[in-house]
Every structure is written in C-alpha cells, then in structure tokens.
Design a binder for this molecule. Sequence first.
Ligand code: 5GP
Ligand code: MG
Length: 199
Amino acid sequence: MPSLHADIERVLFPEDLILEGIDRVARAIVERFDGRDFTVVSILKGSCIFSADLIRRIPVPLELAFVSASSYRDKTTSGELEISFFPTGEIEGRNLLLVDDILDTGQTMSRLKEEFLRRGANEVATCVFLDKPSRRAVELDADFKVLEVEDLFVVGYGLDFNGRYRNLPYVGVLRPELYGAAEEELGRDADEPETSEAR
Ligand code: 5GP
Ligand code: MG
C-alpha cells in the first residue's frame, strides 16, 4: 500500500508543536474579541484542518462560515482571485476572523478581506497557520499567525501538492524528485505546482 509518509523528505513542524502554537493563538484571539460575537471564516480548502483545530481551542461562543477561493498565477497576472463560494447573510455587521493555511504573496487574504468589508462586515481580523514573509507581494501582515516558514514549498496539515497530502498531521517538505516529476508533467515551476484549483 502506498504510504504518504514515505514521500516526505523532512518534517518541519511536528503535530505537538503545531497544537502548542494553536493554543497560544487561540488565547490571543479570545483576548482580541474580548467578549464580542464573531464569525470564523475558513478559506477552503487549505485551512479546513487548521480551522477545525483552532475553533476547538477557543472556548467562547462563535459562528463558523466558509469561503472558497482560488488564486491563479501565471506569467501575465500577478494573482487573479476567483471566489467560487461566498457566504451570504452571515457577513453584514459581523466581526470576522478570516482564516487561511498560509500567507504567501498575501493576495488571497488581502483580496478577501477587501471583499468582506465591501459586503458590509463590521471588522475583519486575519489569522494564518503559516506565514512566509519572504514572498510577500502586497502589504499585509496577519493579525495572528501560528508559525513562520522560510521560502520552501510545504505540504501537510491542510496544505496540498496537486490535491494531495492535506491529511498529513504535520508539515513537511516533499522529496525533491516528486516536485520534479510533477513539474515535468505539468510544465510548471516546482514552486507554483498548482494554478487552477483551490489550493
Ligand atoms: P497567496 O495568495 O498568499 O500568495 O497564497 C496563498 C495560497 O497559496 C495558500 O492558501 C496556499 O494554498 C498556496 N501556497 C502558498 N505557499 C504554499 C506552500 O508552501 N505550500 C502549499 N501547499 N501551498 C502554498
Ligand atoms: Mg489555500
């Protein structure tokens, strides 16, 4: 039987370290909202695992919503964002905590934040599982972040490579020949393995 673990060259963040970081962020979130109602908006698909662990560590009332967005990156666009699912009726006048798996160029987060404010959210705070500050293309810093990662393409804990590896309970780096094989097959940069699907 093929094992997912065998494809991982190196574990960057083991599960216990991840959960410790989430505990810290959960406490900071409770402090920030300070008894006010809020809605956690999980950006699909990448943040589903993180959001599920995060909200179970926030012991105050909250609501949960989802948004689905995909970033398209090619040589001509700097990052078009396609929103394929947007929550209706749960936004206006609400305080939101927008949650994503990783803050890379920052396009996804900044465009979505703008969109939620445009649609009448009262306040939009941002929370990311991983922050990759070296790749930032827009001016945006997340209000809450669990871990910082260097300029590496990582998988696991919700983050995928060509749709796979989201179910790994830790964050790791794939064996280089696996990125290479997919790169050849898809004719893309190994750094940008997927351009069309929800990442
Ligand atoms: P941004 O709009 O900030 O450039 O991109 C955010 C999205 O790019 C993330 O939600 C994630 O899906 C994808 N992404 C960026 N860096 C990585 C990475 O190292 N690994 C994986 N699997 N996805 C990444
Ligand atoms: Mg994503």
